[in-house]
Design a protein around this ligand. Structure first.
Ligand code: AMP
Length: 381
């Protein structure tokens, strides 16, 4: 039995990759800890309802489990440590801790030679003013802990904005970053087994809408082999430094042919959902293989893929399913603004046919063209 901290859609898709019912005979059973009443993953395993810091719930999750993993990185590290005293937790608590603090994330990237854009830790109003002096404006201010999907961020465009950013975010440990004039956002999903064997999926291009992933193109169009090799090298180095076991994702900015490290997710990732149909082994199955000590599966892409997130509104599922080749995934969640309700993946060996089908999906799920740097989506929340 595999225990999972978190029962959202990532847990659901982990379950679908591992249970015999789904046709992939890994023969696993799952138990998910989640505070929600009826989380998506309860469709594919036992649900323990409880808080992530409730010792009784943690012990119930771990009882009889062979290994425990997590599907989101805001699990308290102390909870992972409690479980790790009796059952292996993969990836280990150290990976959780590194990914929970934007400052340690940056320092980890730097320590393995992955370049990052200029940044300063900010704890006081004076630190923020000094960061603005030293890095210049515009400046992106982010909370070090707990921000996600563009929340807990503010863009300081002019000196007056410093006060506003401090009023909105101050009092918590912050990080100030130079605004990067990137060409595009890319990410790499990679996997490492307990023996240190690694594999990586093709680099993908990600476009965001209101701070939330909107579209992933896989492999990233026009990415030269050297960029892929560079991303794989960085991912392997980060995983090695953490003695990582499982799947992780590194979000990167591509600027002038170089990669800059932005964020680390120590788990299966939304920008890897295309791998369910678009790669020889999905990120979910490879995560289960890695944490179970099984041989990793091939990570090559089958063709070109596009993944569109369904966010906020209930989509017209019949219309989506009528698009040739559309694989529609709905997580069973109620509609709510900004909530990820599902995704659609298209795979085709012919990029032109893929573009036509993507346009058909786009007509049903309107996105926005890549907003670029001028329309920074960071919001305060
Ligand atoms: P994050 O939570 O760090 O992934 O930021 C959310 C989104 O905000 C990113 O995907 C980028 O689109 C944008 N963003 C974050 N930091 C910067 C930055 N320093 N420069 C430009 N854009 C950024």
């Amino acid at each position: 039995m595999i225990g999972v901290l978190g029962g959202g859609q990532l847990g659901q898709m982990l379950g679908l990759a591992g249970i015999p019912l789904a046709g992939i005979p890994l023969g696993e059973r799952f138990r998910f800890l989640d505070p929600a009443g009826d989380p998506p993953a309860s469709a594919v395993g036992e649900h323990v309802r409880g808080a992530f810091d409730d010792p009784v719930a943690l012990d119930r999750l771990a009882a009889g489990a062979r290994v425990v993993t997590y599907e989101f990185e805001r699990v308290p590290a102390a909870s992972a440590r409690r479980i790790a005293a009796t059952v292996p937790v993969r990836p280990g608590p150290a990976a959780l801790e590194a990914a929970q603090d934007r400052l340690s994330e940056k320092r980890l990237f730097e320590s393995v030679g992955l370049p990052v854009h200029a940044y300063r830790p900010v704890d006081t109003r004076e630190d923020l003013a000094r960061a603005a002096d030293e890095l210049g404006l515009p400046l992106v201010v982010k909370v070090r802990h707990g921000g996600y999907d563009g929340k807990g961020q503010a863009l300081v465009r002019d000196p007056d904005g410093i006060e506003a950013a401090w009023a909105a975010l101050g009092g918590r440990p912050l990080l100030a970053e130079a605004l990067v004039a990137f060409d595009r956002e890319v990410s790499i999903v990679a996997v490492r087994d307990p023996g240190g064997v690694t594999a990586a999926y093709p680099l993908v291009e990600n476009r965001h809408r209101d701070g939330i992933l909107d579209l992933t193109l896989a492999p990233a169009p026009g990415a030269p082999p050297e960029l892929q090799a560079e991303a794989e090298r960085h991912a392997a180095a980060v995983m090695g430094a953490l003695d990582f076991v499982g799947v992780l994702c590194i979000e990167l900015f591509e600027a002038g042919g170089r990669l800059l490290g932005n964020e680390l997710a120590p788990r299966v990732h939304n920008s890897g959902h295309w791998t369910i149909e678009g790669a020889r082994t999905s990120q979910f199955e490879n995560h289960l293989r890695a944490i179970g000590g099984l041989p990793l599966g091939p990570t090559d892409a089958i063709g070109h893929a596009a993944m569109v997130n369904l966010v906020g509104d209930e989509p017209d599922r019949a219309a989506l399913l009528a698009v040739p080749g559309a694989a529609v995934h709905l997580y069973g969640k109620a509609s709510r603004p900004g909530r990820k309700l599902g995704h659609v993946t298209l795979v085709d060996e012919d990029p032109e046919r893929l573009a036509a089908r993507l346009a058909a999906v786009r007509a049903l799920v309107p996105g926005r063209p890549d907003p670029g740097v001028g329309a920074f989506a960071g919001s305060v929340g």
